[in-house]
Design a protein around this ligand. Structure first.
Ligand code: PM9
Length: 462
C-alpha cells in the first residue's frame, strides 16, 4: 500500500451460506402491518425484508461455532460443554462462579430474587425493560442515576452511559446504603442508544462501592462493544486489546447477568456469574427451580459450546471494529440526509429520534411506534419502538411515563447484513422522512400488563 493512502475496512469474514429474503409490495406490507396491530413484534419474519428488530439471538454464528454445535455433550448433568463455558467466562470475564440460564432475563430473575428485598432501591445507568421488571417483581424500585446527557439525543458526550455521582449520592443519603442491594451497571447502555460507560467512571464507581459496601452488578450483554469505545475514546486504553479491556471492566464489578444472544453471538443462552460463593450457592439452588440443572440451566450442551466459542470471538478487534463500523456507516448515511438520530451512534444500533422526526404527533399517540410501522410499510425494514410504549406506565399514577427518549431502533444483527443492505435501509428511511407529515399517531386497542411493547396492538388515530 502506498504511504498515506487510505483503505476502508471491510467485514472480517466471507459468506459460506445464504438465507434468501422475500421481496414484498407496499400493499402487501400495509396489510401485514394492520394485521400485526402496527406492532413490529407481531409481524411474521417471513414478511420482513431486512430485519433490524433486534440484535438479540439474530447474529450469524461462525463456522467454528457451528462446529461446536456438533460437539454438544447432551448429558443431563456435568456436560463437558458447561466446563468449557465456565472456563471461557473465567478467562474473558474474570468471574469465578457461573450459573447458566436460558437467556438474560432468566439470570435477572434469579439475581433479583436473591439480592433485592421489599422496598430496596436499585440504582442503574438507565433502565432496561426486563431488568427493571425483575427488580420490581422482587419488590425493588429502580432509580436512574445515568448522566443527564444520556437523555438528550443531541448530546455528543462520548460516554453517555456514565453514572452521575450526585444522583447516586442523593439516593444513598436519602435511603441509606443498606437499602441499596447493588448498583446495576450496563455496558453500552441499550435504552440510551447503545452508549458506553468510561473506564474512568467505572473505576470511580468501584471506589464508591467499596466505601459504602454496595456491590456492582454488571449487565454484560454488550461489554465487548463498550470495550471498543473505551479503546478508541479513552487515551490510556488505546494500546490495550479488547480482551484486556473487557477483563478489566468485569474485574471492577462483583458479578454479571448476561444475555449471550448479543455480544457472544449465539441464538439462545445466558448466564449469571458472581464472585461471591454465598450468592452463587443460592443461585445454583434457585436455577434448578426455574431453568434447569446448574450445569445447563436451560441451554443444550451444544448451545453452551457455541457460546464458549462466541465469547472468544466477541473480543477480537477486527470483529468488533467492523461491527461498530457498520452501525456508524448506517448512522452517517442518515445524518447526511438530515435525519434526526441519537448522537453519537452507539454500538449495536442506530436510533431515530421520533420526537424530531414526527413533531406533530403527541407522545401519548406513540410517534416511535407509528414510525417503526411506517418504515416497515415503506421499505420492508423491521425496526423497534424504544420510547413511551417500551417504558410503560407509572404504577402509582397509571400515566404513561413519556420518557425524554422517544426512539426507533434500527438494530444490526452481528455478521448478518452487508453494506448494500445498509444502503437500502437508509433509502427507505429517507423516503419515509420525505412524507413524514402524513404519518398519523396510534392508540392502544390491546395493552398487556407486563412489557407491553412485545404484544400490544394499536390502530391509527383519525
Ligand atoms: N435485549 C433487545 O432487543 C431483547 C429483548 S427486549 C426487545 O435489545 C439488556 C441490556 C438487553 C436485554 C435484551 C436483556 C434481556 C438484558 N439486558 O432477551 O432475556 O438488551 O436474553 O436479555 C433485547 P434476554
Amino acid at each position: 500500500m502506498q504511504k498515506g493512502k487510505k483503505r476502508s475496512w471491510a467485514e472480517p469474514f466471507k459468506i459460506k451460506m445464504v438465507e434468501p429474503l422475500k421481496m414484498t409490495t407496499r400493499e402487501y406490507r400495509q396489510k401485514c402491518a394492520e394485521e400485526a396491530g402496527y406492532n413490529t413484534f407481531l409481524l411474521k419474519s417471513a414478511d420482513v425484508y431486512i430485519d433490524l428488530l433486534t440484535d438479540s439471538g439474530t447474529s450469524a454464528m461462525s463456522d467454528r461455532q457451528w462446529a461446536g454445535i456438533m460437539l454438544g455433550d447432551e448429558a443431563y448433568a456435568g456436560s463437558r460443554n458447561f466446563y468449557n463455558l465456565e472456563d471461557a467466562v473465567r478467562k474473558f470475564y474474570s468471574y469465578k462462579y457461573i450459573v447458566p440460564t436460558h437467556q438474560g432475563r432468566g439470570a435477572e430473575h434469579i439475581l433479583s430474587t436473591i439480592m433485592i428485598k421489599k422496598d430496596d432501591y436499585v440504582p442503574g445507568n438507565m433502565y432496561f425493560t426486563t431488568t427493571r421488571l425483575h427488580q420490581e417483581l422482587a419488590g425493588g424500585h429502580f432509580i436512574d442515576v445515568i448522566i443527564d446527557e444520556a437523555h438528550d439525543p443531541n448530546s455528543e458526550h462520548p460516554f453517555k452511559g456514565n453514572v452521575d455521582f450526585d444522583k447516586l449520592e442523593d439516593l444513598r443519603k436519602k435511603v441509606g446504603a443498606d437499602k441499596i442491594p447493588y448498583v446495576c451497571i450496563a455496558t453500552c447502555v441499550n435504552m440510551a442508544g447503545g452508549q458506553p460507560i468510561s473506564m474512568a467512571n467505572l473505576k470511580k464507581l468501584r471506589e464508591w462501592s467499596k466505601e459504602h459496601n454496595v456491590p456492582i452488578i454488571h449487565d454484560a450483554t454488550r461489554v465487548a462493544e463498550n470495550a471498543y469505545f473505551i479503546k478508541v475514546r479513552e487515551d490510556e486504553y488505546k494500546d490495550k486489546s479488547i480482551a484486556e479491556i473487557v477483563y478489566e471492566i468485569c474485574s471492577l464489578t462483583d458479578g454479571c447477568t448476561m444475555s449471550a444472544k448479543k455480544d457472544p453471538m449465539v441464538n439462545i443462552g445466558g448466564f449469571l456469574a458472581v464472585n461471591d460463593k454465598e450468592i452463587f450457592d443460592k443461585a445454583r439452588n434457585m436455577v434448578v427451580i426455574y431453568e434447569g440443572l446448574h450445569t445447563y440451566g436451560g441451554m443444550a450442551g451444544r448451545d453452551m459450546e457455541a457460546l464458549a466459542i462466541g465469547i472468544e470471538e466477541s473480543v477480537q478487534y477486527d470483529h468488533i471494529r467492523a461491527r461498530v463500523g457498520q452501525v456508524e456507516y448506517l448512522g452517517q448515511k442518515l445524518l447526511d440526509e438530515g435525519i434526526p438520530i441519537v448522537m453519537p451512534t452507539g454500538g449495536h444500533a442506530v436510533f431515530l429520534n421520533a420526537r424530531e422526526f414526527l413533531p406533530h404527533i403527541d407522545q401519548d399517540q406513540f410517534p416511535a411506534q407509528a414510525l417503526a410501522a411506517e418504515i416497515y410499510i415503506e421499505s420492508g425494514v423491521r425496526s423497534m419502538e424504544r420510547g413511551n410504549v417500551s417504558k410503560g406506565r407509572n404504577p402509582e399514577t397509571g400515566e404513561n411515563y413519556r420518557p425524554a427518549l422517544e426512539l426507533v431502533r434500527l438494530t444490526l444483527p452481528r455478521r448478518v447484513y452487508t453494506q448494500a443492505h445498509m444502503d437500502v435501509t437508509a433509502e427507505g428511511i429517507i423516503d419515509v422522512y420525505e412524507k413524514r407529515e402524513n404519518i398519523k399517531g396510534l392508540k392502544f386497542v390491546y395493552e398487556p400488563e407486563y412489557l407491553r411493547f412485545f404484544q400490544a396492538r394499536f390502530e391509527k388515530i383519525g
